[in-house]
Design a protein around this ligand. Structure first.
Ligand code: AMP
Length: 365
């Protein structure tokens, strides 16, 4: 079995680490000049040459059985090009929906799934009129390419609005969102196999630092509560509508018992890394199982589990790693706020887990 992955970052790395165990061989398709230190030694690396025909690309990738992605911002033409040569999972149309915030929100609304209030705009005059319609404060987001809080403008007052409208380069797609006064942010990782079977990991509570994920807690106590049931139903309707195969991540804002979808990611996701620890099948293995149409694995851990991101820092003394901690390093050069690894921690007692996470954060930051 051979899997080609578009991208050579840490998500590709962790897919390969689990895939080797399943006897899968890997090819990573990277952009010319892209750094692929994360996947060094884990498979063949092919630099994309836009002049290649579908046959040439398929051959260069080692005639894979499946083509998948580790990021949403990929050239959907590549997915379409190879669709009659191997399974492409997730499919190009599903990836395209998630590549554009406006398209994604319209898709969610078409399924009666709640989002933040929003308007779309693509020029200075339409931005001004949409923002006026929504009323300040608003969050303006680039429809394409933004992630981890980049490509976003918080406009709280007229001065913010004025300086935003003075920016060059406003002739592109934006969504303007009303602010959601959420109680917390959480996410769900779901997987759907080529046969249409679905599994759902527990809702995960996420805490961000400067717009970047810092910690995640799997909400293992609440596998049959109302919030989980409605998150599962939302995930199922999205997966089925997109005829989706693989792992999909859904980010939510939570207000009381209400779930508002903020964003979709057509791939394994940072907030599901905790699944590498404990007794469940990891999100990486379930993605592989889904795209190779193998039976999907267990998703409900029997213990409390959390993940702490290593944002430009790592443990000074790795020998401090406790027996209930699992260290993952991505083979990346440290830079401020750059995700260079993570630590998974598990404990039978939620209070003890929280205390250990707090101590770890103090040591790291
Ligand atoms: P995003 O890039 O859409 O994931 O946004 C990054 C972060 O900004 C989110 O994790 C939230 O903390 C915050 N955020 C995004 N959209 C909204 C919104 N409409 N209302 C309030 N906070 C938001």
């Amino acid at each position: 079995m051979r899997l080609a992955i578009i991208g050579g970052g840490q998500l590709a790395r962790m897919l390969a680490l689990d895939g080797w165990r399943l006897g899968i061989h890997f090819t990573f398709l990277v952009e010319p000049g892209e750094n692929y230190s994360c996947v060094n030694g884990l498979g063949d690396v092919v630099e994309l040459d836009k002049n290649m025909s579908a046959d040439e690309l398929f051959k260069a990738l080692g005639k894979p059985d499946v083509l998948t992605v580790e990021k949403e911002h990929v050239d959907a033409d590549i997915l379409n090009m190879l669709a009659d040569k191997c399974r492409v999972a997730p499919n190009a149309d599903a990836v395209k929906v998630t590549q554009h915030r406006g398209r994604e929100k319209n898709f969610l609304r078409s399924l009666d799934i709640q989002t933040a209030p929003y308007q779309e705009a693509n020029s200075k005059p339409s931005l001004a009129s949409s923002i006026n319609k929504m009323g300040l404060p608003v969050l303006v987001k680039s429809s394409e390419e933004g992630y981890d809080g980049r490509g976003q403008w918080m406009l709280r007052n007229d001065d913010d609005l004025k300086s935003f409208l003075a920016e060059d380069d406003l002739n592109r797609d934006f969504v303007i969102e009303g602010l959601v006064d959420f109680d917390k942010e959480c996410s769900m990782i779901a997987a759907r196999s080529a046969d249409g079977d679905c599994v759902f990991y527990p809702l995960t509570d996420n805490v961000h630092k400067n717009g970047i994920l810092l910690t995640s807690y799997a909400d293992t106590n609440q596998s049959d509560n109302a919030l989980t049931q409605s998150a599962n139903a939302i995930a199922k309707s999205i997966l089925n509508k997109l005829d989706y195969v693989g792992v999909l991540a859904i980010e939510f804002f939570v207000i009381g018992n209400q779930l508002i979808v903020n964003e979709l990611a057509p791939r394994v996701h940072n907030s599901g890394h905790w699944s590498q620890a404990t007794d469940v099948c990891s999100q990486f293995e379930n993605h592989l199982r889904a795209v190779f149409n193998l039976p999907l694995g267990d998703t409900q851990p029997s213990t409390h589990v959390a993940m702490v991101n290593l944002l430009g820092v790592t443990l000074d003394k790795p020998n401090k790693l406790a027996s209930n901690m699992q260290l993952h390093e991505y083979n990346k050069e440290p830079r401020p706020n750059r995700k260079i690894g993570h630590i998974n921690i598990w404990h039978e007692s939620l209070d003890e887990l929280k205390l250990q996470v707090k101590n770890l954060l103090e040591e790291l930051y």
